[in-house]
Design a protein around this ligand. Structure first.
Ligand SMILES: C[C@@]1(CC(=O)O)c2cc3[nH]c(cc4nc(cc5[nH]c(cc(n2)[C@H]1CCC(=O)O)[C@@](C)(CC(=O)O)[C@@H]5CCC(=O)O)C(CC(=O)O)=C4CCC(=O)O)c(CCC(=O)O)c3CC(=O)O
Ligand SMILES: NC(=O)C1=CN([C@@H]2O[C@H](COP(=O)(O)OP(=O)(O)OC[C@H]3O[C@@H](n4cnc5c(N)ncnc54)[C@H](O)[C@@H]3O)[C@@H](O)[C@H]2O)C=CC1
Length: 204
C-alpha cells in the first residue's frame, strides 16, 4: 500500500453497514466534504445522531449492486464476511474500495489519524496490529497537543508570505528554517518573525 492523501470533496462515498466502523468512516468522510450514503438495514445510535446533524443519506435496506452507481469510494463494513465478499466483487470498478474486515479486493486502508490544522499524521501497520496504530496515535496526540494547530497555521502564513515576497531563494530558505526553531511556538515570537518577513519584503 502506498500512503497518499485523497481529496474526497463532493465525491460520492457509499458505506455498506451501520455499525461502529461505518460510524467512524461516515464521520471522517463527511468531515472532509464527501457526499456520504449509508446502506444498512440497521444503524447504531451514534450513527443515527450523526445523520441528524449532518447531511448523510441512509438507505434502510440490505446492499444491492445498483447502490454503487456513481460511487468514488466504497467502504465495505458489514459483519457478514460472505456478504462483504459479494459487495467487494460488485465494487471492482469503483476507484477506491475499502474492506473493513481486511479481506481481498480492497485497495485502501484507513490509518489512525492525528490532525493538527493543516498537519496530518497517519499511522498504518498494514494489518499487523491496528492496536499498535492506536497506541502510537495516542503518543502523537500527547506529543502534539491540540493547540499545535496554531503553530502550523503560523508556518503556513509565513510560507505564503515568503512565496509571494520576491525575496531571493536563499533568504526565503533562511526564514523557512528559522520558523522551525522551537521558540516560534510562542505567539509573541511568531508575531516578531512575521513582522521581520514583512519588513524584508518592503526593504527588498
Ligand atoms: C485493515 C483495517 C481496515 C481498514 O482499512 O479500514 C483494519 C482491520 C481490522 N481491524 C480490526 C480490529 C481492530 N481495529 C482497531 C483499531 C483501528 N483499526 C484501524 C485500521 C484498520 N483496521 C485497517 C488496517 C490499518 C492497520 O493495520 O494499521 C485504525 C488504525 C484506524 C481506524 O479504524 O480508524 C484503528 C486504530 C487507530 C484509532 O484508534 O483511531 C482495534 C483497536 C481498538 O479499537 O482500539 C481493533 C481490535 C484489536 C485487533 O483486533 O487487533 C479487525 C478485526 C475485527 C474483528 O475481529 O472482528 C480488522 C479486520 C482484520 O482482521 O484485518
Ligand atoms: N477497521 C476497524 O477498525 C475494525 C474493523 N472491523 C471489521 O469491520 C466490520 C464491521 O464492524 P462493526 O462496525 O464493528 O460491525 P457491527 O456488527 O457493529 O455492524 C455491522 C453492520 O452491518 C450491517 N449489515 C449486515 N448485513 C448487511 C447487508 N447485507 N447490507 C448492508 N448492511 C448490512 C448491520 O446492519 C450492522 O449495522 C467487521 O467485519 C469487522 O471485521 C471491526 C472492528 C474494527
Amino acid at each position: 500500500m502506498t500512503p497518499m492523501m485523497v481529496d474526497v470533496r463532493e465525491r460520492k462515498a457509499m458505506i455498506i453497514g451501520g455499525g461502529r466502523v461505518a460510524f467512524k468512516r461516515a464521520k471522517l468522510l463527511k468531515d472532509h466534504g464527501a457526499y456520504v450514503t449509508i446502506i444498512s438495514p440497521h444503524i447504531i445510535e451514534e450513527l443515527d445522531q450523526l445523520l441528524r446533524c449532518f447531511q448523510i443519506t441512509w438507505k434502510n435496506k440490505k446492499f444491492e449492486p445498483a447502490d454503487l452507481s456513481g460511487a468514488f469510494i466504497v467502504v465495505v463494513a458489514t459483519n457478514d464476511h460472505k456478504e462483504n465478499e459479494r459487495i467487494a466483487a460488485a465494487a471492482s470498478e469503483v476507484p477506491l474500495l475499502n474492506r473493513a474486515d481486511g479481506g481481498d479486493g480492497g485497495n485502501l486502508h484507513f490509518p489512525g489519524i492525528v490532525s493538527r490544522g493543516k498537519l496530518t499524521m497517519a499511522i498504518s501497520t498494514g494489518g499487523a496490529s491496528p492496536m499498535l496504530a492506536s497506541r502510537i496515535k495516542k503518543r502523537l496526540e500527547k506529543e502534539f497537543p491540540s493547540d499545535y494547530e496554531n503553530y502550523v497555521a503560523f508556518l503556513f502564513e509565513c510560507r505564503q508570505l515568503l512565496k509571494q515576497s520576491g525575496l531571493s531563494k536563499e533568504v526565503q530558505h533562511d526564514f523557512l528554517e528559522r520558523m522551525l526553531e522551537e521558540s516560534y511556538q510562542d505567539p509573541t515570537f511568531q508575531q516578531k518573525l512575521l513582522m521581520e518577513i514583512h519588513k524584508a519584503r518592503e526593504e527588498k
